[in-house]
Write a protein that binds this ligand. Structure first.
Ligand SMILES: O=C(O)CCC(=O)C(=O)O
Ligand SMILES: [Fe+2]
Length: 318
């Protein structure tokens, strides 16, 4: 089984029959593999190529300029992460990548930043206005695409259409740029270690290099081969929990690029308001299938997943 393809223009079609059929395909993809390609979105090829250029511009800057916005100096995890800083798979080698994270930009004295300082607060922005403007444009457009996908998922799960989207007032959705530089040695085959994503859904834009692999439930790793103009979307842990394990958060990894090859990718981690009450959705439980998980605040859950990654990193630096 490969990775299914969903047509965003059909998901948002005014023709009920067309939309209904695509929602059915979406539902099956979310249950069976938790990954799909999304085509014909509002992120047009011009915006895709703008953000690719912006990433090259940003990561090409001298290291000391990037370290001026080091993610280590941010309590709320925003800014630049140097190579070796993140290790997603604790049994493997350090991820061979550098990153940049941004999200909703709140001042440090905003009530939410005071209450949840690890999640809310200021961004650490690149000082290049072209890069910053591009990131902003991409964020806004990707957010709108994500909201349409979440609406379709709510419909697929027979919930009120805004069941998920109403939880995105003070959301913690993160846009990340990743640069995978050429691998340091022939034996370092790890771009990003095997992991699942923490949030609701992730919308990933990748360049033409390839390397992303998805773990099928039969144990095989399937290549998510780049498809021009598409996003790769996957279900995260929070959505899996919300749906009582009906929608699947699937492990994935990135193989290191070949010698001399640079890869760029852009995950958009769609995560709701910290105080979203995540309790098993009504349509995913019954007498025969009781709720498996206790209700939890979205932010507490995401934070606990995050802290687990950090704890490991602090014990055993890469
Ligand atoms: O770079 C990629 O293709 C995937 C990255 C990823 O899975 C992540 O950052 O969570
Ligand atoms: Fe991921």
């Amino acid at each position: 089984m490969g990775i299914p393809l969903i047509d965003f223009s059909k998901l948002t079609s005014p023709d009920k029959a067309v939309r209904g059929q695509e929602i059915q395909t979406l539902d099956t993809a979310c249950r069976e593999i938790g990954f799909f390609y999304l085509v014909n979105t509002d992120i047009d090829t011009a915006l895709m190529s703008r953000i690719m250029k912006a990433a090259k511009r940003f990561f090409d800057k001298p290291l000391d300029e990037k370290l001026a916005i080091d993610i280590k100096n941010s309590t709320n995890h925003r800014g630049y992460g140097a190579v070796g800083e993140e290790q997603l798979d604790e049994l493997n080698k350090a991820d061979w990548k550098e990153t940049f994270d941004m999200a909703l930009d709140l001042s440090a004295d905003h009530p939410l930043a005071l209450k949840y300082p690890k999640m809310y607060g200021p961004n650490q922005n690149p000082n290049d206005p072209v890069v910053l403007e591009t990131l902003h444009d991409y964020y806004v457009t990707a957010f709108s695409v994500a909201q349409h996908v979440l609406t379709a998922m709510a419909d697929a799960l027979k919930l009120e259409s805004d069941f998920f989207t109403r939880c995105f007032k003070d959301h913690v959705t993160v846009l990340r740029m990743i640069h995978y530089p050429p691998r340091p040695s022939a034996t370092h085959d790890n771009g990003a270690g095997a992991h699942t994503d923490y949030g609701c859904i992730t919308l990933l834009l990748q360049d033409e290099v390839g390397g992303l692999e998805v773990k099928h439930r039969n144990g095989e790793w399937i290549k998510a081969t780049p498809m021009e103009g598409s996003l790769v979307v996957n279900i995260g842990d929070l959505m899996q929990r919300w749906t009582n394990d009906e929608y699947t958060s699937t492990a994935h990894r990135v193989r290191a690029s070949e010698a001399d090859v640079h890869r760029y990718s852009f995950p958009f981690f769609v995560e709701p308001d910290y105080e979203t009450h995540v309790a098993c959705v009504p349509s995913c439980q019954s007498k025969e299938r009781p709720a498996k998980y206790d209700p939890i605040l979205s932010g507490d859950w995401i934070q606990s997943r995050f802290d687990a990654t950090y704890a490991y990193r602090e014990q055993e630096p890469a």
